[in-house]
Design a protein around this ligand. Structure first.
Ligand SMILES: Nc1ncnc2c1ncn2[C@@H]1O[C@H](COP(=O)(O)OP(=O)(O)OP(=O)(O)O)[C@@H](O)[C@H]1O
Ligand SMILES: C[C@H](N)[C@H](N)CCCCCC(=O)O
Ligand SMILES: [Mg+2]
Length: 224
């Protein structure tokens, strides 16, 4: 089974787009490919009397394997805010055990799983837990999505250091050109290529209508 944990330099940097692109790339090599959004903050009516998160919907659309929502999105919180705040509003607290159990059940059914975090690496899930703790509990190699904009060098280096100090491998990074007006994008790319110390898996151009299928992904050999 191939699996990875997708984190980002911030919220809104393109983790969902990148996770969908990874799912499409993995589907070229593996039969049962599925995305997982373990903790989603922000729910919208699904038209059938229930609620869904838009990241979960996008991951499902990019997945070949259909599973129960309790497996691919075990924690769905209503408010589009930090998960620890969204959970507090609902008088509940996010716990790792049910999420790890859902992941384990998913891994019985899948050949490849892409797990999308929420926000960046240190986003709180509760007063005692952060997204990093979830990636550590799942023991997954990490893919870092860098939203290319002014400030991303600092965010990318801090995040890469934190991932490595957690003991998890940084399997690769994805450059996502979220700011079409960014100055010196290639000089920023050159610095990141030299200093992140992990392979560049994809370089996603700014797109007026982002399309994960159009993204070229160079998967690590061991994931093919
Ligand atoms: N390359 C791109 N070109 C243009 N727009 C983009 C690009 N990548 C992402 N976007 C847009 O930026 C927004 C944020 O992207 P996305 O939802 O993938 O971020 P995220 O990191 O998954 O955020 P979250 O922390 O909420 O999960 C979306 O509206 C998306 O369509
Ligand atoms: C609601 C949003 N789309 C994400 N799911 C959660 C982002 C939390 C960010 C918290 C923070 O770093 O301040
Ligand atoms: Mg997302």
């Amino acid at each position: 089974m191939i699996a990875c944990f997708v984190t980002g330099t911030d919220t809104g940097v393109g983790k969902t787009l990148s996770s969908c692109a990874l799912l499409h790339a993995l589907a070229q090599h593996h039969r049962r490919v599925v995305g997982m959004k373990p903790v989603a903050a922000g729910a919208e009516p699904n038209g059938q009397g229930g609620w869904t998160n838009s990241d979960s919907l996008a991951l499902r659309a990019a997945s070949g394997l259909v599973v129960a929502p309790a497996l691919d999105n075990p924690v769905l919180l209503a408010a589009p805010v930090s998960p620890h705040i969204a959970a507090a509003r609902e008088h509940c607290s996010v716990r790792l055990e049910p999420i790890v159990a859902a992941y384990q059940a998913l891994s019985q059914q899948a050949d490849a799983i892409v797990v999308e975090g929420a926000g960046g690496w240190q986003v709180p899930l509760s007063n005692h837990l952060r997204i990093a703790d979830l990636a550590i509990a799942l023991q997954l190699p990490v893919v870092l999505v860098v939203g290319l904009r002014l400030g991303c060098l600092n965010h990318a280096l801090l995040t890469a250091d934190a991932i490595r100090s957690s003991g998890l491998p940084l399997a690769g990074w994805i450059a996502n050109r979220v700011d079409p007006d960014m100055l010196e994008p290639e000089a920023n790319m050159a610095y990141l290529r030299e200093h992140l110390g992990a392979p560049l898996l994809a370089d996603i151009p700014w797109q007026a209508s982002p399309d994960a299928r159009a993204v070229r992904v160079d998967l690590p050999k061991e994931w093919q």
